[in-house]
Design a protein around this ligand. Structure first.
Ligand code: HEM
Length: 591
């Protein structure tokens, strides 16, 4: 097979994909979910075939085979064969081959028992072992990621991704962050908006550090204005005042800018790039934050052009589909209410805080900015370990209900107690510690809602008093205790109360009764009244929820969001309402 030409190999792979699709469809009880490979494997392979000039493959009726009963093996071999082709024609294989390889690898992973998944990943990794880590942008499609070293969610927890991965770029995939082929249905375009903020790299002189800023590539994460509002000023001109704080703080803040809009010059020269491991963070309701110099290339395999001053070490990629500066994020996710599925109703403090990235941000600000300049605490921590901020963040991750990081990596409760033992901490030190950690929480952008801060302050008060107690001469702290698990004060979770500042519910869904099971569903009578004025306004940038044409054209994407609970953004529909919408879609979306 490998000696055959690319078009003939693609024709053979496509024929097998059609047969597999038939087999999978036959096994499905939900007719709605038929043709599972259509959008993610068959379409891209067909596009690839057209790209290399091959003639189209028409699906033929396929007789059921014994393999239909257990298609895992078929999926796995097809995934391996598509991956082989993808690896052979690197660096710029037909885009569809790369997209289909990603979908098939993922499908094979889903079909594989948990115990065998590591072997499966190793098999695919071996097939594409020679390929460098890279993100390739499909023009109106996903980010095609090869050999991603580390992908994490907003909490810093690893997301299992296959060696060949397609990350959603249109914002509408139901399997986010993975692509599900929605972009080919919803007319997604990867073009930049001609009206976007123009590229202009401005330099704000300072001695010895000058700050540079290109608003054209800013993703509006707000990390600089939260952390150092005296230098990065939201409502003042000029935006940057390089004399507003200490030089080291300015440098740290600039280095934390995820989009790369900010940079600094020391004595007129650019610093070397930060030595970070390659990683992709899927941020909450926002872009992919890429660090560690992962190459970003276009469809032709050439480096993606960037605005003046934009670093290649880190950058933010649009994930909502609406950036004005695609593929880079321009902050539009905020304006279009791009939202990941709602968080659990009873989040842990760890989840609510923003997980490891947010808590590490806070401990770094605390120990790098506030502690060294404090006359009381500075000398006490002068010889702390270089990774002290990471260690304390790991403790807080565990205490606030996250993974047991401190126990697994840093020695758990006994080690923590030994660190305070014999230090004879005073009440004066403790009070300063609690004041400054609160400021660091503000600067790091931790949530400021009453429920979170009540729980946070309660823990800091409790924990710091115990630290003082344990540090006194002759103290005998109980040994071998578990790391504490802290919880919301009096069980008051964030959703337990309606904020007095919440926008008034101006309009409820109109009280139109839902159709009975045997009643035909019509758009005007049953579907349109389900959408409120505010729903219509929120989505008006894309389509009109009161227009039959628009809703029927986007019916499947809307249904997916309704099922997922991510639309409307102020609360999921009850199941019976979603069922009515699903029935209407099934019945051909009548007017
Ligand atoms: C909730 C309150 C507190 C928490 C969660 C906390 C957490 C920790 C942790 C996890 C360590 C050990 C880090 C490692 O593994 O190396 C540590 C060490 C230490 N803590 Fe605390 N601590 C708290 C309060 C305080 C207070 C109030 C003080 C004094 C002002 C203090 C002073 C120290 C010192 C001096 C060390 C040793 C640092 C070094 O030299 O390496 N801690 N703390």
């Amino acid at each position: 097979m490998t000696g055959a030409s690319i078009p003939s190999r693609l024709r053979s792979l496509l024929t097998r994909a059609h047969a597999l699709d038939h087999g999978l469809t036959r096994r499905m009880t939900d007719a709605d979910a038929g043709e599972p490979l259509r959008d993610t494997v068959i379409r891209p392979l067909a596009e690839a075939l057209a790209e290399v000039g091959g003639s189209a493959v028409e699906p033929e009726p396929v007789e059921p085979t014994a393999a239909d009963a257990d298609p895992a093996g078929l999926v796995r071999t097809l995934a391996a064969d598509v991956t082989r082709l993808r690896a052979e024609v690197d660096p710029a294989p037909p885009l569809g081959v790369q997209e289909a390889a990603a979908a098939l690898q993922h499908l094979a992973w889903l079909f594989t028992d948990e115990d065998d998944r590591a072997a499966l990943v190793a098999e695919f990794a071996a097939l594409q072992a020679g390929l460098p880590t890279r993100i390739r942008i499909a023009p109106n499609g996903p980010y095609l990621v090869t050999n991603a070293p580390r992908v994490t969610d907003r909490l810093g927890e690893p997301i299992p991704v296959l060696p060949q991965t397609a990350l959603c770029r249109c914002g509408e995939s139901t399997t986010k962050p993975l692509c599900d082929g929605s972009h080919a249905q919803n007319g997604f375009t990867g073009a930049k908006d001609p009206g976007r903020v123009p590229d202009e790299r401005r330099t704000y002189p300072g001695a010895p550090v000058a700050v540079t800023d290109n608003r054209g590539i800013c993703a509006h994460s707000g990390l600089c204005t939260d952390r150092l509002s005296t230098v990065f000023r939201q409502k003042e001109e000029p935006f940057v005042a390089p004399s507003g704080d200490r030089m080291d703080e300015i440098v740290r803040t600039v280095r934390a800018c995820p989009s790369g809009a900010l940079d600094y010059l020391i004595d007129g020269r650019s610093p070397p790039p930060q030595p970070r491991d390659p990683a992709i963070e899927v941020s909450q309701d926002g872009p992919y934050r890429v660090t560690g110099s992962i190459p970003l290339v276009g469809a032709d395999g050439e480096p993606e052009p960037r605005g003046p001053g934009a670093p290649t070490e880190h950058y933010s990629l649009c994930r909502c589909g609406h950036s004005q500066n695609k593929p880079f994020c321009s902050g539009m996710h905020w304006y279009v209410n791009f939202a990941d599925p709602p968080r659990s109703e009873e989040p842990t403090l760890y989840e609510w805080a923003g997980g490891l990235p947010a808590l590490t941000r806070m401990t770094h600000i605390f120990y790098d900015k506030y502690v060294p300049q404090d006359p009381l605490l500075g000398p006490l921590f002068a010889r702390m370990a270089p990774d002290h901020p990471e260690r304390v963040a790991a403790w807080l991750v565990e205490t606030f209900g996250g993974p047991k990081l401190y126990t697994e990596q840093y020695g758990g409760y006994d080690h923590m107690v030994s660190e305070h033992a014999g230090k004879a901490l005073t009440e004066e030190w403790r009070t300063r510690w609690t004041q400054l950690i609160g400021r660091a929480a503000d600067d790091a952008g931790l949530p400021t809602d009453a429920e979170f801060r009540a729980a946070f302050v309660a823990y800091v008060e409790w924990g710091s008093r115990i630290a003082v107690e344990n540090s006194q001469p002759g103290a005998r702290p109980p040994a071998h205790m578990p790391v504490p698990r802290w919880w919301w004060v009096c069980g008051a979770t964030p959703g337990a109360r309606v904020s007095a500042l919440a926008p008034a519910a101006t309009e409820e869904t109109r009280e139109t009764p839902l159709p009975t099971e045997d009643q035909p569903i019509g758009f005007a009578e049953h579907i349109r009244p389900l959408f409120r004025e505010m729903d219509r306004k929120s989505m008006s940038f894309m389509f009109d929820l009161w227009s039959h044409d628009d809703v029927s054209a986007h019916a499947r994407a809307i249904l997916a969001r309704l099922r997922q609970g991510s639309m409307p953004c102020d609360g999921a529909w009850p199941a019976d309402r979603v069922d009515v919408f699903a029935r209407w879609v099934d019945e051909g979306a009548p007017a």
